[in-house]
Design a protein around this ligand. Sequence first.
Ligand code: ASP
Ligand code: MG
Length: 427
Amino acid sequence: MRPVAAGRTITRNTPDTSSMALIVQKYGGTSVGSVDRIENVAKKVIGYRGQGHDVVVVVSAMSGETDRLIGLAKAIDPRPNPRELDVLISTGEQVTIALLCMALEKHGQPARSYTGAQVRILTDSAFTKARILAIDGENIRSDLAQGRVVVVAGFQGVDEDNNITTLGRGGSDTTGVALAAALKADECQIFTDVDGVYTTDPRIEPRARRLDRITFEEMLEMASLGSKVLQIRSVEFAGKYNVPLRVLSTFQEGNGTLITLEDENMEAALISGIAFSKDEAQITVTGVPDRPGIAFGILGAVSDANIEVDMIVQNIGRDGTTDFTFTVHRNDFERALEIVQGKAVELGAREVNGDRKIVKVSLVGVGMRSHAGIASRMFQALAREGINIRMISTSEIKISVVIDEKYLELGVRTLHEAFQLDQAPAA
Ligand code: ASP
Ligand code: MG
């Protein structure tokens, strides 16, 4: 086993598991959902130790526990004091770190648990959604050097004034990545109940294929477009610090999906996956006077109400008026519609329409950057199935279309087929 020294530099683009020195492993709620499962995690960790790796483990609360704690708080006050809420909900992870260490010790593996505050995972003071500012890895390094496995409570930290903070739902992923970055780990492994990242949701397209690799950028698009495998912030963090991130199953053998920077040896996939989001709604304002300040007049009011606007389309003006369409989250639809109706009267627009039965389907792939014609292939495939496209937006590595909700499944399957995503790309 190689000693892990502070500030060691590692080539992290090509993790070589045979000589790996330091791994941070995160186990999610279902993976530690019972005493038996915690024992199973202990055995897995001991297995990795047996291969010569130093292991730092980050755990979530047992499945359902965080929800249960939030329920208790809300039974007292529907809007509990955020500082106290964090004191409460951070306890779930404290239970699992202790139990996992007991299990490790029982099997002869020295281990030590730490809460976020004990490590000193320093965060800002935004209770229930704090951001990590700095991590002191000293005690962890010294424990590792003494042959211990270190088990850290996910999802929590401490602010400058020693208040306990939490990082937002799913925040243990971010704890794992942040620790991996701070300790300059060779890899951060996220163990969960799925065996990797898929080309699309297998519940919609059973021929969806597990990806061996995907880039941070693509994963961010997939995650923000509704594939909920990882907390988005953890992917941003991993990309920023170039921490190779691997998603793999706790319950099944396999290499999972590695999320890394793009490199030349990467499988030559044009498209990595199809993401979709069902929670969309569309608002159209027609006959808006075509003059400066109109977009601001409409969208400014929407954003002042803290409603996030996604796609925006404005037509070329004709006869002094123009049309304006945008999408919002379905939960915000009624509120946004009301605001826009008010604004439309003020601005002298002709009409406001809304539709909450729309979805967004997106092709994601870094290969798009260097290949033309992807968009037309996409539109052609949808047209062949008679799927009408209502809106289109593109970025460097993504093409999104808004279509009627009833075409979601057909649309996803059609595109999966058209881009042959069920087949591994030729190397
Ligand atoms: N236990 C927290 C949650 O349920 C954090 C996590 O599991 O990542 O959101
Ligand atoms: Mg999670």
